[in-house]
Unconditional design. Structure first.
Length: 328
């Protein structure tokens, strides 16, 4: 038996309940991992509320790090005793231990702690596919402007640093002056407090009226319309989340008036669908973290039993950087 956080119906943080669950042995292609730390992500909120419906009851959590306890038949890239980390479907990381598919689990380099591994896999791999794989038609080059919303969050602070390392001029938005300062400290070229400033007007000022090559937007409904106005002709609107709610339907014809722009809706799990792609992206992430060019900032730590408060803090936008749950 192990302890895990389960939900039996969609709803608020009160639906997150600590429970004793049975953990068996892995089948073919699976491993059993004992978590030392678990990542907290906004997708967990979407799943809890039902914005992303799930079959219930369910253990939440898409990200974790720990030690491999048992390896199932056919698994060759991991062995018992390996330090490991992952971002993966199906959920289940809000637990002391779990059995899961091995294809998205990577060996964690000794130089990277369990807490850092748990905090960075989903968010770091997301930053990787955005900056390296979700690109406008002409690609991204040193000196190009990109706009990144919610830049003081876990994905955002990684993206600020990585964009700087790539020579990009990242324009960060955040909801307070303190969060804007944090983004600037982590490599953003400019920062806009969208609670007190018109971010579209500021983007035009910063770019001398030209607009940005890409907007990376995890906020959704509240930032969508003005984000389209920030794009240069043939620019890319890359949506990867709905923190303020889903984007309402829109007429494709509006993309013409905005400058023949492109729109895409991305998710990490398409990018890491194969073990080979997952490993290549993880190797890129491990390398940039090990080099020191990207530092993983963990600002909140919660015991697993305090997961309700962790979700409340996340939804209230009280958090900065990454948050981890500690199973104990």
């Amino acid at each position: 038996m192990t302890q895990a956080i389960r939900i039996s119906q969609h709803g608020g943080p009160e639906q997150l309940q600590l429970a004793d669950v049975a953990v068996g042995d892995p089948g073919p292609g699976e491993i059993r991992i004992r978590h030392h730390a678990v990542g907290l992500n906004y997708i967990d909120v979407y799943q809890r509320t039902g914005l992303y419906p799930m079959q219930l009851p369910q253990t939440l959590g898409m990200e974790g790090a720990g030690m491999v306890e048992v390896v199932g038949q056919g698994v060759t890239h991991l062995k018992v005793g390996d330090r490991a980390a992952y971002a993966a479907n199906p959920p289940g990381s809000y637990s002391q231990a779990r059995v899961m598919p091995a294809k998205n689990v990577c060996k964690l380099p000794d130089a990277i702690s369990f807490e850092t591994g748990a905090a960075m896999m989903l968010k770091g791999l997301t930053a990787q596919y955005l900056l390296k794989r979700t690109l406008p038609q002409a690609g991204l080059h040193a000196g190009d402007f990109v706009l990144f919303h919610a830049a003081a969050g876990g994905v955002g602070l990684i993206a600020c640093q990585w964009a700087k390392a790539l020579g990009l001029q990242l324009i960060a938005t955040a909801g307070s002056d303190a969060k804007c300062a944090l983004a600037l400290e982590h490599g953003a070229a400019h920062a806009i407090n969208y609670s007190t400033q018109d971010f579209a007007a500021r983007v035009k000022e910063i770019t001398a009226g030209k607009g940005v090559n890409v907007v990376y937007d995890s906020v959704g409904k509240d930032t969508w319309d003005k984000s389209l106005d920030c794009l240069a002709p043939f620019g890319l609107m890359a949506s990867f989340g709905n923190a303020s709610g889903p984007v309402p339907p829109f007429a494709p014809g509006m993309l013409v008036a905005k400058g023949s722009i492109y729109v895409t809706r991305q998710t990490l799990f398409t990018h890491i669908a194969t073990r080979e792609a997952n490993q290549a992206m993880a190797d890129d992430l491990f390398a940039v973290v090990a080099s020191g060019a990207v530092k993983i900032r963990i600002d909140q730590r919660y015991p697993l039993a305090d997961v309700q408060q962790a979700h409340r803090d996340l939804e209230a936008r009280k958090t900065t950087g990454c948050s981890v749950l500690l199973p104990g």
